[in-house]
Design a protein around this ligand. Structure first.
Ligand SMILES: Nc1ncnc2c1ncn2[C@@H]1O[C@H](COP(=O)(O)OP(=O)(O)OP(=O)(O)O)[C@@H](O)[C@H]1O
Length: 316
């Protein structure tokens, strides 16, 4: 096939700075192989979205690819920026350089950045992978997520981790994933169960004591924690996992079963496998999307599945 042109969209803040040496290595490989590229550095939070939008609207290169170097949040922003542009079908490639990198893990690409780069460079055609689409009714806001949107406990953990100094420190020692674990205990002590209504195929399901309410495209959240092993980003469906809180023992038992990939037997676990569903909460809860904070509010979200072209060969 004709030569590919790479737009390197690079977030130097991803992985608490771990993305910087990874970017340098990627650049060195592209130089060594004399592959054409342009560097687009994300200068501030949210800039990745604008960069992707500009490329999608103004690219004049044939066979252009967005090669995102960063974490799940950077990838999320690049895809949200690209969708809705003139060239929204440009394939997206990805080299994981964040602290969590759940998307890479979830779609079965290498978590080793240099191996992942090889999976990108050896690819010869795009592959369609599911992404989640959400419409938040209260804000009339539509967007896309690659991993999951969580309301409740996981989002409280993300919020606490993002506001803690330990994330930066642990990232320096390549232990960023531990950040989330440290904040699990703190959130367990402070979060309370909340009511959730789920609408699927016209039927309303109500849960009085939800603690986790995560709509996911992939099996992982929170930097490698398995929430639902069967979640498959190529099956055209999303999975909603609700874990209710009756007491710490039943909740912990349910979580351990889920994290170990066992079929849940607990009455605290409720699973939905759907192309479309709606989740409504009425209390003030934390939300997270792809490991980024959504804020604290009651949520009314319509979920559906979309498809994104990725430039990656996972067989390598
Ligand atoms: N130049 C920048 N300076 C500071 N923050 C930035 C910059 N560019 C982008 N960002 C922000 O960095 C944040 C973190 O990015 P990202 O999620 O990719 O990394 P991470 O949190 O380390 O990885 P992961 O989500 O995989 O755990 C995003 O919210 C993004 O908006």
């Amino acid at each position: 096939m004709a030569a590919v042109f790479y737009y390197l969209i690079y977030n130097p803040a991803a992985g608490g700075g771990a993305a910087i040496p990874i970017f340098k290595q990627v650049k060195a490989v592209l130089d060594q192989r004399q592959l054409p590229y342009a560097i687009k550095t994300s200068r501030y939070p949210g800039h990745t979205n604008i960069i992707a939008k500009q490329i999608g609207n103004f690219n004049t290169r044939d066979h252009a690819i967005l090669l995102v170097i960063g974490g799940d949040g950077t990838l999320n922003q690049a895809i949200n920026g690209l969708i809705g542009t003139r060239q929204h079908d440009l394939p997206v490639a990805y080299v994981p350089a964040g602290s969590g990198n759940d998307f890479a893990r979830g779609i079965g690409m290498s978590e080793d950045p240099m191996h992942a780069l090889e999976q990108v460079l050896q690819a010869t055609k795009p592959v369609a992978i599911d992404i989640g689409r959400y419409h938040e009714r209260t804000r009339d806001e539509t967007g896309y997520f690659v991993n999951n949107i969580g309301i409740g406990f996981d989002a409280a953990v993300v919020s606490a981790a993002n506001h803690s100094d330990s994330k930066q420190l642990l990232n320096k020692f390549h232990l960023g994933k531990l950040t989330y674990l440290f904040h699990v205990i703190g959130s367990l002590l402070t979060r309370r169960p909340f009511p959730v209504a789920v609408y699927e195929k016209g039927v309303r399901h109500f849960f009085h004591r939800a603690y986790i309410c995560t709509t996911t495209n992939i099996p992982y959240f929170g930097g490698g924690i398995q929430i639902y092993k069967p979640a498959d980003p190529t099956d055209g469906h999303l999975d909603l996992i609700i874990v209710e809180w009756f007491n710490i023992v039943s909740w912990a038992f349910a979580m351990i079963q889920l994290m170990r990939g066992k079929a849940p037997t607990s009455r605290a676990v409720h699973l939905f496998h759907a192309k479309k569903l709606t989740v409504e909460t009425s209390s003030l809860e934390f939300g997270q999307m792809d490991g980024e904070e959504m804020g604290t509010r009651p949520f009314e979200i319509d979920f559906s599945v979309a498809s994104q072209q990725f430039w990656i060969d996972r067989s390598i």
